[in-house]
Design a protein around this ligand. Structure first.
Ligand code: NAD
Length: 282
């Protein structure tokens, strides 16, 4: 499969980042949002980060313009008909994703590949709504997508080997580092990181240690580049709690369940950097 044109559905945090990665790598990209305002917001986000890259002399003004020129916007799903690969990055809701994949299945060519950026839902359940589950897989980018190198390339029991290989090669082509894995709850990074971060939060109350000192413990004692509380603030308390709940639902391992402290923070709107307050103030 030669990917000439990519579709990205949803231009929120992840979709805008994924679209940016594609256009910067020279790939024609069609971004679909549910309104023209949201589509324009996605484009502005991309233009903002490309502008910053120019200011930091990582790319030239010309490269900025060329990259933006490869992005087209639409609110019509039908405009993705000519895409060889569609990457879905809409809300983390199984019913919404299944409805979208069923619709996409009737729009794109029989040879096209459909990918989901889900963090914690079952790729197989999303794929089963299409007539082509062998051409569906997970492409799990990390936030912020233009910065973090990893992409988990997730195969279901039905993903065809040639589809998997083509998606893996595409990830390399856009400058990312793919790893291959099966469709299991949390895939690799979240399966490891979410219970680990939950343990760090539980220690705050068990050991009567402050969030500052938990972060100092892990940066000075384990050489982590960022403390766990600062990391949760960066991820977003709401995003982390949502992912914890999904893993707890799927695996029923107590470590996966969100600690009460995080649930209270979420209820209070102390979501981390995005609200100016989480474990720390910003
Ligand atoms: N935020 C993260 O850290 C992160 C990391 C990796 C993966 N993910 C996954 O990526 C996906 C998107 O997450 P996000 O954080 O970017 O969410 P977000 O809320 O920032 O963006 C979702 C966007 O999708 C749009 N949308 C909803 N339904 C749509 C539809 N039918 N067609 C087109 N657009 C539609 C919304 O208008 C919104 O702009 C989720 O599955 C999430 O689990 C998120």
């Amino acid at each position: 499969m030669d990917v000439g044109r990519v579709g990205v559905v949803g231009l929120g945090t992840m979709g805008a980042g994924i679209a940016q990665v594609c256009v910067q790598a020279g790939v024609e990209t069609v971004g679909r949002e549910i309104s023209e305002e949201l589509a324009a917001r996605g484009r502005n986000t991309i233009a903002h980060y490309l502008g910053r890259a120019v200011a930091r002399e990582r790319i030239t003004e010309e490269e900025h313009e060329e990259a933006l020129g490869r992005l087209s916007l639409t609110t019509e799903l039908g405009d993705l008909a000519g895409c060889d690969l569609v990457i879905e990055a809409i809300v983390e809701d199984l019913d919404a994703k299944r409805a979208l994949f069923a619709e996409l299945d009737g729009i794109v060519a029989a040879t096209a590949v459909l990918a989901t950026n889900t963090s914690a839902l079952s790729v197989s359940e999303i794929a089963s709504t299409t007539s082509r589950p062998e051409r569906v897989l997970g492409l799990h980018f990390f936030n912020p997508a233009p910065v973090l190198k990893l992409v988990e390339v997730v195969r279901t029991g039905l993903t065809a080997p040639e589809v998997f290989d083509a998606a893996y090669a595409f990830v390399q082509r856009v400058g990312k580092e793919p790893i291959e894995c099966n469709d299991t709850p949390g895939f690799v990074v979240n399966r490891i990181l979410i219970p680990l971060l939950n343990d760090c939060v539980r220690v705050i109350d068990e050991a009567r240690v402050s969030p500052e000192d938990v972060d100092r413990a892990m940066t000075f004692g384990a050489n982590w580049p960022i403390g766990p509380c600062a990391l949760i603030d960066l991820i977003g308390v709401d995003v982390h709690v949502h992912a914890s709940e999904a893993l707890w639902e799927a695996l029923r391992e107590p470590r996966m369940a969100p600690p009460p402290r995080l649930v209270r923070m979420k209820q209070a709107g102390a979501l981390g950097r995005k609200t100016g307050r989480g474990f720390f103030e910003y």
